[in-house]
Ligand binder design. Structure first.
Ligand code: HEM
Ligand SMILES: CC(C)=CCC/C(C)=C/CC/C(C)=C/COP(=O)(O)OP(=O)(O)O
Length: 299
C-alpha cells in the first residue's frame, strides 16, 4: 500500500509542468511586456501582436524557467523553499523537463517569428539563453554579482514587447529595461537575506552569504535609490506625464521606506516584507505607466 501511494505521489500532473514555467514570475514579466507594447505606439497595438507576441515571450520565458529547474535540481534539493519542485522531487525527469522546455521554446519562437518580427524573436531567444545558460549555468555559482548581471535577461520583457510592435530598439524601451534592472537587486537580495542560511547550505555565493547582511542591506538601499532616480526619467524625458510621476514618487517612496527599515533593522520580518513589496511595486509602477499613457493620449 505504501509503495502504491508513493508511486502515485510521484506521478507528474499538469500542475508540475505549469510549475516548471515559474508562472507567477512569468505573469509579472508579461505585464511589463504588455505595457512595453502599449507604450511603443500612439495607435492601437494589432491584436495578433498583443496575443501571440505576449504568448511567444511567455512561452520562451517558461522554457528558460524549465531549464533552470533541471540545471538547479541538486541545489534546489538542499533548500527548503525549492526542495519540492517537480524535477528535484523526481515527479518530472530531467529529460522530460528539457523536452518540455524545447517544445515551449520552439512554439514561442515560431509565434514571435510569424506574428511579430525577427528582432523581437532573436532578442527573446537571447533573454532565454541569458537566464537559462548564462545566469543559471554559470553566474549563479560563480559570483555574488550573479543576479545583477543575470538581471538583464529578466529585465528584457518591456523591450521585447516594444520591439514586437515597432521592429526596432529605442531609448524609451531601454529606459523601461533599466527600471527593472535597477529593481532586481533589491527584489532578490531582500529574499536572499531572508533565506541566507539556505543559500549558504547550498553553497551558492549570494551577496548576504559572501559579504554579510549589513553589506547587502547597504547595497539594497543604494540600488533602491538608483531605481527611484531612474523611475523619474520617463517623466523627465516627457515619455510619461504627471499621473505617472505621482505614482512613481509614492511607490518609490514606500520602497525607500522598506529599504531603510531593512537597513536599520527597525521592524521584524523586514527582509521578506521588502521582497513582497518589491513585487507589488513593479506591478503597480507598470500599471501607472499604462494608465498615464492613455490619460495623456486622451488629453
Ligand atoms: C535575475 C533576476 C531575478 C532573480 C534572481 C529573481 C529571484 C527570485 C526568487 C528567488 C524568487 C522566489 C521564487 C520562489 O519562491 O519560488 C522570486 C520571486 C518572484 N519574482 Fe523574481 N527574480 C528576478 C527577476 C524577476 C523579474 C524580472 C520579475 C518580473 C518582472 C520577477 C518577478 C517575481 C515574482 C512575481 C515572484 C513571486 C513568485 C511567486 O510568488 O511564486 N522576478 N524572484
Ligand atoms: C525570455 C525571457 C524573458 C526570459 C526570462 C526568464 C525568466 C523566467 C527569468 C526569471 C528570473 C528569476 C525568477 C530568477 C530566479 O532564479 P533563481 O534560480 O535564482 O531562483 P530559484 O532559486 O527560485 O530557482
Amino acid at each position: 500500500m505504501a509503495t502504491m501511494l508513493r508511486a502515485h505521489a510521484e506521478q507528474a500532473t499538469w500542475r508540475d509542468y505549469l510549475e516548471l514555467t515559474k508562472p507567477r514570475v512569468v505573469m509579472l514579466m508579461l505585464i511589463t511586456s504588455l505595457v512595453g507594447m502599449f507604450l511603443a505606439t500612439r495607435a492601437g497595438v494589432p491584436w495578433t501582436v498583443l496575443l501571440f507576441g505576449n504568448l511567444g515571450i511567455g512561452l520562451c520565458a517558461g522554457a528558460a524557467a524549465a531549464v533552470n529547474h533541471v540545471v538547479d535540481r541538486r541545489i534546489d534539493s538542499i533548500m527548503a523553499r525549492t526542495h519540492k519542485r517537480p524535477v528535484t522531487a523526481g515527479r518530472v525527469s530531467p529529460v522530460a523537463a528539457l523536452t518540455f522546455a524545447l517544445l515551449l521554446a520552439i512554439a514561442g519562437m515560431s509565434l514571435l517569428m510569424v506574428f511579430t518580427n525577427e528582432l523581437a524573436a532573436w532578442l527573446t531567444l537571447a533573454s532565454l539563453l541569458g537566464y537559462a545558460v548564462i545566469y543559471t549555468g554559470f553566474l549563479k555559482r560563480a559570483t555574488p554579482q550573479n543576479i545583477v548581471i543575470g538581471g538583464l535577461a529578466g529585465a528584457a520583457p518591456p523591450l521585447l514587447g516594444w520591439v514586437a510592435v515597432t521592429g526596432h530598439l529605442s531609448a524609451e524601451a531601454l529606459l523601461l529595461v533599466l527600471i527593472i534592472f535597477a529593481w532586481t537587486p533589491p527584489h532578490f537580495w531582500a529574499l536572499a537575506i531572508h533565506r541566507k542560511a539556505e543559500y549558504a547550505k547550498a553553497d551558492i555565493p549570494m551577496l548576504p552569504v559572501t559579504h554579510g547582511e549589513h553589506y547587502t542591506k547597504v547595497h539594497i538601499l543604494l540600488y533602491t535609490l538608483v531605481m527611484f532616480a531612474v523611475t523619474l526619467l520617463p517623466y523627465a524625458i516627457h515619455m510619461s506625464g504627471p499621473l505617472y510621476l505621482v505614482c512613481a514618487l509614492l511607490l518609490g517612496g514606500r520602497f525607500l521606506h522598506w529599504a531603510w527599515v531593512l537597513y536599520r533593522d527597525s521592524k521584524p520580518h523586514a527582509a521578506i516584507n521588502t521582497f513582497k513589496y518589491s513585487i507589488w511595486y513593479l506591478f503597480l509602477l507598470f500599471i501607472a505607466l499604462l494608465a498615464d499613457h492613455y490619460l495623456l493620449l486622451n488629453i
